[in-house]
Design a protein around this ligand. Structure first.
Ligand SMILES: [Zn+2]
Length: 73
């Protein structure tokens, strides 16, 4: 059920608005403390309304993408 995965990303700079999504997009599950690939979510911005499955493949973290796709099969 890949729809459960949400998007998280590192802030590129302190000027980044919370709503602006830049850089690699990582996947995480609600209620956990780290992304699929192991980054701590505390230092990342979470996009709780944004399903990872809706991210453009070119913007996805490769490791997260691989794990999420493996989980869907
Ligand atoms: Zn990742």
């Amino acid at each position: 059920m890949t729809d459960y995965y949400r998007v998280a990303a590192f802030p590129r700079s302190s000027r980044d608005a919370d709503k602006v999504l830049v850089g690699k997009q990582h996947a995480y599950l609600e209620g956990v403390r780290a992304t699929v690939c192991g980054f701590g979510l505390v230092q990342m911005r979470r996009f709780e309304q944004l399903p990872f499955s809706a991210s453009p493949p070119s913007e996805r973290c490769l490791l997260c993408d691989r794990v999420v796709r493996a989980a869907s099969h």
